[in-house]
Write a protein of this length. Structure first.
Length: 245
């Protein structure tokens, strides 16, 4: 079967490990040239090397998306893009709202929301000028319903869902599709460290298990491909059915 993303250029933010790395690998497997980005150069180069060993194409661009200047540098360094995946985010430990320090609020908003907002504002108009492109945002089921102790993280992911719908209306008429994937608990190293918090959630999941990073990545590939040609503004949950109940 022909690769679905041949000759397309993609940028995946926060792709040096976990879900982001799985997305980068999946896009490359489908023929895209992938810009892997993140703060850790050693991990980023390892992802790029793995993609190359599998016959794919990728480059690494170091980026700490906590500032607008860094976002602009990443956009310039990535070159023309056909696909943008806004994945970079701080995964926050559950905590009472009153115990969350202001600097953590500022950091989460900067990385989880502001970076995606600014990067899309730089990339989407370039796509629109060419009349094509796909943007996939990584939301979360935490952005779909409330959870005690997760107000900050949930707020940032609800913002991603809201931006997805607004951008679908803003850029869709110019041929740029904007959608989101909302993962539930996913078997990454970071989530494994939150076992005490995650276990009660999994007990309510119809599938009774966490998703794998590869399962989330396949949803991103679908939304980035021509198979989703008339899908705009969708929030696709990959959560074992948790958000349905």
């Amino acid at each position: 079967m022909p690769a679905r993303l041949s000759d397309r250029n993609a940028l995946v933010t926060g792709s040096t490990d976990g879900i982001g790395a799985a997305i980068a690998r999946a896009l490359a497997t489908e023929g895209a040239h992938v810009v892997v980005s993140g703060r850790n150069s050693a991990r980023g180069e390892k992802v790029v090397a793995g993609i190359a060993e599998a016959g794919g194409r990728a480059t690494f661009v170091a980026a700490d998306l906590g500032t607008g200047a860094a976002v602009r540098e990443l956009a310039d360094a990535s070159g023309p893009l056909d696909i943008l995946v806004n994945n970079a985010a701080m995964l926050l430990n559950p905590a009472p709202t009153a115990d969350v320090p202001e600097e953590l609020v500022d950091g989460a908003l900067a990385v989880n929301v502001k970076a995606a907002f600014l990067l899309t504002g730089l990339v989407a108009p370039r796509m629109a000028a060419l009349g094509r492109g796909a943007i996939v945002n990584l939301g979360s089921i935490n952005g779909l319903f409330g959870s005690a102790g997760s107000a900050l993280y949930s707020m940032t992911k609800a913002a991603m869902h809201s931006m997805t719908k607004s951008w679908a209306d803003e850029y869709g008429p110019s041929g740029v599709r904007v959608n989101a994937v909302a993962p539930g608990p996913t078997s990454t190293e970071k989530v494994a460290a939150l076992t005490e918090h995650v276990a009660p959630i999994l007990a309510k999941v119809p599938s009774r298990r966490a998703s794998t990073p590869e399962e989330v990545a396949r949803a991103v590939v679908f939304l980035a491909s021509d198979e989703a040609a008339n899908i705009h503004g969708a929030i696709l949950s990959v959560d074992g059915g948790r958000s349905a109940i």
